[in-house]
Design a protein around this ligand. Structure first.
Ligand SMILES: [Cu+2]
Length: 276
């Protein structure tokens, strides 16, 4: 290979690298500038929650990250300190540094400290899980969720009136962020809602990312239950099956539409009327 060609290749590689770094920086700047991205960062990558329970989950998530990062800072500092100040000395070819095996205080320290850390994580997780999983049974709106291969049936019960929505596997080529497909579950804002989950065939999982929560949907005599209290936030939120349940699992899409309470009452009335 001629020296000129080698230089050209090297220059090309360097140019490519510079281009890549510039593109990455541009992307990072563009992402950092949008307020949506800042919000996303403040939530640690979670979507914006729409239930009271989701705020509990968000706080737990943020706290866990802060604790993990604080631990990381201590560990990284120790690693850097050890590698910077305790390198092999030039004149100590065959000499080991002083060994600290069977040092009781240190061994107790690195047994007790992780146990305390795990206990703290466990305490907050158990406390919040208990709060999230509590089912009082007095919710004014009850939704029977049936997950089947491969869609959903929602039976919403409000003051003795029922609305039923059932779907078929969606056409994924038509799915977009603007127009959700599949059955739509209409629910009121500022309301306690109970979900009863059941499947006639295999295990599915009912997942609405905006609830920051999902729960398995079992066949047989198992009926998983949970309650949410919606915040005052209207909108349409995506939902999906989160348990690989068969060939068309990915087509088990649905959406939840949160509407004002008066609109919800009107919706149930119309649906119940048309059903009769
Ligand atoms: Cu499924």
């Amino acid at each position: 290979m001629s020296p000129t060609r080698r230089t050209t290749r090297r220059q090309l590689a360097r140019r490519r690298l510079t281009g890549g770094v510039a593109a990455a920086l541009l992307l990072a700047t563009a992402t950092a500038c949008s307020s949506d991205a800042v919000d996303q960062w403040s939530r640690g990558g979670m979507p914006e929650g729409v239930t009271e329970q989701s705020t509990v989950i968000q706080t737990l998530w943020n706290g866990a990250w802060i604790a993990a990062l604080a631990t990381g800072v201590v560990v990284w500092a120790l690693i850097l300190w050890a590698s910077a100040f305790h390198r092999k000395k030039k004149n100590s070819v065959d000499q080991l540094p002083p060994q600290v095996r069977y040092n009781l205080p240190i061994e107790i320290l690195y047994t007790v400290v992780p146990v305390i850390m795990v206990a703290v994580f466990f305490f907050f997780t158990a406390r919040d899980e208990t709060a999230i999983m509590k089912v009082d049974g007095d919710a004014p709106v009850k939704v029977a969720v049936e997950g089947y291969q491969w869609s959903w049936r929602f039976t919403t019960d409000f003051q003795g009136q029922k609305a039923v929505t059932a779907g078929v596997p969606v056409d994924l080529s038509k799915q977009s962020l603007q127009t959700p497909q599949g059955p739509q579950l209409v629910l009121p804002v500022n309301t306690k809602i109970q979900f009863d989950l059941h499947s006639p065939d295999v295990i599915h999982s009912f997942w609405v990312p905006a609830f920051l929560f999902k729960q398995d949907v079992f066949p047989g005599n198992v009926h998983n239950k949970f309650e949410i209290t919606t915040l005052n936030r209207t909108g349409v939120f995506f939902g999906r099956c989160a348990e690989l349940c068969g060939v068309d699992h990915s087509r088990m899409l649905f959406s939840v539409k949160l509407v004002p309470q008066a609109e919800f009452a009107q919706y149930i009335k119309t649906q119940a009327g048309s059903a009769q």
